[in-house]
Write a protein of this length. Structure first.
Length: 213
């Protein structure tokens, strides 16, 4: 709303010299306040709040609290052990125990541990490639979200799939543990565990000439 002030300048005395009237404009912004609240309300009702992205980790219970039949039996042929060192490096080997003679060294990244995990996971569980198909079907609304989650969980937790044992020494960073858990999710490995490092594993790291000291 705009008001025009038509009060002229100059005096009103009789016989005085007439002057031109000065016009002043005043804009009333009061209605804009209502419009502003309407816009805020509209965006609050139509915009979805961002949801935090988190990773669920099921922490194991202590061994003394488990019965023998409840303990998970791991085959050496299915196991892969990952050792996190203090220099952003990864020492890994296939199998269980300290009898491994040729541990390998790699790093974090697409051409490092991720490539190794993808190759070994697909070798033991070829159905991992079908996750992309189910995901596309879910995006196209050909299957429901619950159906996708059920198939996703079933494929990732295949009993014949790769089992990864993750161990971190005292010098490794918290970021390294988070990164390797991300790699588990990226490579669709659903069977992994975080366990304590043994003295044999530490010796394997310290004696390896390719590990940065």
């Amino acid at each position: 709303m705009a008001d025009i002030d038509t009060s002229g300048g100059g005096g009103h005395k009789k016989g005085g010299k007439k002057r031109g009237k000065k016009l002043s404009t005043r804009v009333d912004f009061t209605p804009m306040v209502d419009l502003g609240f309407l816009l805020i309300t509209f965006f609050m009702l139509t915009t979805s709040m961002s949801k935090p992205s988190v990773m669920d980790i099921n922490m194991p219970v202590k061994d003394e609290q488990l019965k023998d039949e409840d303990k998970t039996k791991i085959k050496a042929s299915q196991a892969m052990t990952i050792l996190l060192t203090g220099k952003d490096q990864i020492v890994y080997y296939f199998g269980i125990g300290e009898e491994v003679q040729n541990p390998l060294v790699t790093n974090f990244g697409a051409n490092g541990i991720r490539k190794v995990l993808l190759e070994e996971s697909r070798k033991r569980n070829p159905s991992l490639d079908s996750i992309k198909i189910f995901k596309q079907m879910a995006n196209e609304r050909r299957i429901t979200e619950d159906e996708f989650k059920a198939n996703y969980s079933r494929i990732r937790n295949n009993k014949n799939g790769l089992i990864v044992l993750i161990k971190a020494d005292d010098k490794s960073k918290y970021k390294n543990l988070v990164d390797i858990l991300d790699e588990m999710n990226i490579t669709n490995n659903g069977r992994y565990a975080i366990v304590d490092m043994t003295p044999g594993d530490l010796k394997m790291i310290n004696d390896n000439p390719y590990v940065k000291k």
